[in-house]
Design a protein around this ligand. Structure first.
Ligand code: NAP
Length: 431
């Protein structure tokens, strides 16, 4: 028996009386969703775990600093210190029950995103066992809607067209894909049993904001680019300061125009490329689907155009001011094996390889219909966007320099959050 009608869900959202609990709000996608919902006037509750010497509340403050989200109404924000590893989410039984009785909708973004087999136990725990705990909370709560952030790659190694529906997959590229696939089923089973509507959102690979290049996560597409950037720095210095023996051994030299020649070939497929979407598009698409698809469903949030590796190689050369990075046809390495530099590069970024030469089509008729209606299209990952994102990455030293800026703004935000800590029942456990 479905808990609430779609009309009532829309009504509660339109009047902003719905209370939406978000997990993973200290992460990349969860934080962007949380801030946008707050900007739109929604009432938002964040479940955040403490980190080192920072409480959940302090972590939320830092986040709002980074977003420069001064305009939001802090009275709409509650932060609960908790942890999904615990069956009671790290709350005492009374608080667990109180929060459950207040929540109208849930957005679940918390996840482990490592591809590493060495981290299998942690990824399984985070994506499956923790989800079980959280679904038990959803069942106990009065929530009418569960929004599960999955991934387009929950399809596993399936080839060809990947539909916007639950599909069987037996082979996976890594533990991340495998556990996201299992998690979708778990979410579906519980939501079906409990009468909770479920939206499953399947984004492809998300990079920073297409308009200003900002992000605070530098994994996924940033990782191979960062590796190239570091290789350039190391071997450039070796040539200029240490005689260049190490560079020569790798086939690296400075050409007649003074540019570093960094011989890195990237094997691709004839129609292959990488499916990239910017985080601003993800947020717009997510919120549109959330607002329109009140019956529930499965939605791919993807780019209709794969970015060919050839273009990315050219952008990387241009941005770094180097030569030698090139996309090559499949099978090249069996005829002309990898050089030392390519072996080193492969060791660092091999886990991303399958995503860089993907030929699959993620069907998106369901999400397209909604996005078309709202005039939303996925921006092109062209050179200006690429360089904006990379410039921000380099300026912030791939995220290392973000902390200082956050520190500077903390006191004013902290002051404003103090002013608005008014909720009579929430937040009982604000950090
Ligand atoms: N980023 C992408 O390109 C991409 C693409 C497709 C799909 N997705 C999906 O989008 C979702 C979010 O990904 P993301 O890139 O935003 O990941 P992320 O930046 O790594 O964030 C993961 C979040 O999960 C939280 N979390 C993990 N374990 C927790 C626990 N035990 N208790 C409470 N919180 C916990 C983390 O909290 P801490 O800060 O405390 O660690 C963090 O806030 C994931 O489901 C992922 O599969 C992401």
């Amino acid at each position: 028996m479905i808990r609430i009608s779609p009309e009532r869900i829309s009504e509660m959202r339109n009047s902003r009386s719905s209370r939406i609990l978000i997990t993973g709000a200290t992460g990349f996608l969860g934080s962007h969703l949380a801030v946008e919902l707050l900007r739109k006037g929604y009432r938002v509750l964040l479940l955040v775990r403490p980190l080192k010497n920072l409480s959940a509340g302090e972590r939320a403050e830092r986040l709002l600093n980074w977003f420069e989200a001064d305009e939001i109404d802090f009275a709409n924000l509650r932060v609960i210190q908790g942890n999904l590893e615990d069956p009671l989410l790290g709350l005492d039984p009374q608080t667990y029950g109180d929060v459950a009785s207040e929540v109208d909708e849930i957005i679940h973004c918390a996840s482990a995103t490592s591809f590493s087999e060495r981290k299998r136990a942690l990824v399984e725990k985070s994506n499956v066992a923790n989800l079980r705990n959280f679904l038990a909370f959803a069942a106990r709560s009065r929530c009418s809607f569960f929004h599960y952030v999955s991934t387009a790659y929950a399809a596993g190694k399936r080839q060809g067209r990947c539909p916007e529906e639950m599909t069987e997959a037996r082979e996976f590229t890594n533990v991340y894909e495998e556990t996201k696939h299992i998690a979708e089923r778990l979410a579906k089973n519980t939501c079906d049993e409990e009468g909770i509507r479920l939206n499953i959102y399947r984004p492809s690979i998300v990079y920073g904001n297409s308009r200003n290049g900002r992000t605070f996560r530098f994994n996924a597409i940033y990782y191979p680019l960062r590796t190239m950037f570091m290789l350039k720095e190391v071997y450039d210095r070796d040539i200029r300061e240490n005689g260049g023996d190490r560079a020569r051994a790798m086939g690296i030299f400075i050409d007649e125009k003074g540019r570093l020649h960094l011989p890195i070939r990237l094997e691709t497929l004839p129609y292959g490329g990488i499916n990239l979407i910017p985080v601003d598009f993800f947020v717009e698409a997510f919120l549109s689907i959330m607002e329109e698809a009140v019956e529930g469903g499965i939605f791919h949030i993807v780019n209709p155009r794969l970015k060919p590796l050839k273009d990315l190689a050219e952008y990387a050369e241009r941005f770094l001011g180097v030569k030698g990075i090139e996309a090559v046809p499949p099978g090249t390495f069996s005829t002309f094996p990898r050089n030392g530099l390519e072996t080193l590069f492969e060791n660092c970024v091999g886990a991303y390889g399958p995503y860089m030469k993907d030929e699959r089509v993620f069907e998106s008729a369901g999400s397209d219909a909604i996005l078309r209606k709202r005039g939303i299209t996925c921006p092109e990952f062209d050179y200006p966007t690429f360089s904006r994102c990379l410039k921000y990455a380099v300026e912030t030293d791939w995220g290392k320099n973000l902390g200082n800026k956050e520190e500077r703004r903390t006191s004013s935000i902290q002051h404003r959050m103090e002013e608005n800590k008014t909720g009579p029942t929430w937040p009982r456990r604000m950090g």
